[in-house]
Design a protein around this ligand. Structure first.
Ligand code: FCA
Length: 337
């Protein structure tokens, strides 16, 4: 027998139940949580260092189960449009190595406007007062200490080779507009002078950009003024700056017997160390791309998902690699398999 009243009651309660579900007034434990989406913006996507950061970020995305959007942002305009783009895609935050540290305040403002959390990696934001923005979460290298280890190693190689100081020069490729770069070369120079290397035999070649062609040009300009130097010790902010110097020195007949060059990154020099015949590029400080790519993602992910705010300032170290140990160390660090 059909009972209209009972039917109306059941239908009405079903309707109510579905309304309350859609209105969200009742928490629904069975609904899947929205997937976290993070951006990873880098200033020089062509540099192996940044490719490796991305590789480790991909590993973190897979392990933790978030979506990763990788964007190359070589200038300020690209950074701002990348932030807008991430927000439009529903991302909750991003990690960034900015193409210019003075963009810091503009990046922070745009991220805030779009409700995105951010973590700066490698290159620390500068405020309008030219000081580091200490209220922006940052993970970078212990630049001064790493630079010092380069200086100590260069001095040891000079002694080992028995090169006379009055015939030897230090060539420091510098990029002083970037604090982490300046601290690295300052550290190397400080270690060399405190070991006893004369400051007046240390020459700086300021590069326009931290990359091979610009460093090569800067070194060429410097070498024309120092034709009397017979052996060179070379340092710089990263592998590519040092490689540029090594190529310029080769152009003037300086090779493995008269050059000891030590880089930083340890990622952009792998092809160099794999060359059958040694070049002037002697070794590098391998930085921890895993911490810069994987750990930064992990920090941002937990901040967004679990409300665990990362520390404001995290610093990483490096390990010296050369032709003798690089294959082993790269394997140990999960860079090669
Ligand atoms: C800077 C340099 C990179 C890398 C990174 C850790 O961004 O430009 O090559 O050394 O710091």
């Amino acid at each position: 027998m059909f009972r209209p009243l009972a039917f109306a009651f059941v239908a009405a309660s079903l309707l109510l139940a579905s309304c309350s579900k859609e209105g969200g007034s009742q928490p629904d434990a069975s609904a899947p949580a929205a997937k976290v989406k993070l951006g990873f913006l880098v200033k020089q996507p062509e540099e192996p260092w940044f490719q490796l950061e991305w590789q480790f970020a991909d590993e973190a995305a897979k392990k933790l189960g978030f979506d990763l959007v990788k964007i190359g942002t070589p200038d300020g305009e690209k950074v701002l449009s990348a932030i807008d783009n991430l927000a439009a895609q529903g991302a909750q935050g991003f990690i960034i190595c900015t193409p210019d540290t003075t963009l810091g305040p503009a990046i922070v403002a745009r991220a805030k406007a779009k409700n995105l959390k951010l973590l700066a990696v490698d290159d620390r934001f500068l405020g309008a007062d030219g000081k580091p923005m200490e209220d922006v979460h940052y993970l970078g290298i212990s630049a001064g200490k790493i630079g010092q280890s380069v200086g100590v190693a260069l001095f040891a190689e000079q002694l080992k080779r028995g090169w006379q100081t009055d015939e030897t020069g230090v060539l420091a490729v510098t990029f002083d507009e970037l604090a982490t770069a300046r601290e690295r070369t300052d550290g190397a120079i400080e270690a060399l002078t405190s070991a006893g290397f004369p400051a007046n035999r240390i020459f700086k070649a300021a590069t326009q950009k931290p990359e091979i062609p610009a460093a090569l040009d800067a070194t060429n300009a410097l070498l024309t003024q120092h034709g009397d130097v017979k052996q060179w010790l070379v340092c710089g902010p990263n592998d590519n700056c040092v490689l540029g110097a090594v190529r310029a020195l080769e152009g003037r007949g300086f090779g493995a017997d008269s050059v000891v060059a030590i880089g930083i990154n340890g990622t952009d020099c792998i092809i160099e160390l794999e060359k059958q015949n040694p070049t002037g590029f002697y070794s590098s400080v391998l930085l921890s791309a895993k911490q810069h790519g994987y750990q930064t993602c992990e920090m941002l992910y937990h901040w967004i998902k679990d409300g665990v705010e990362p520390p404001f300032d995290t610093r990483t170290t490096g390990v010296l690699i050369n032709r003798g140990n690089f294959k082993q160390v790269l394997k140990e660090q999960g860079i090669t398999h």
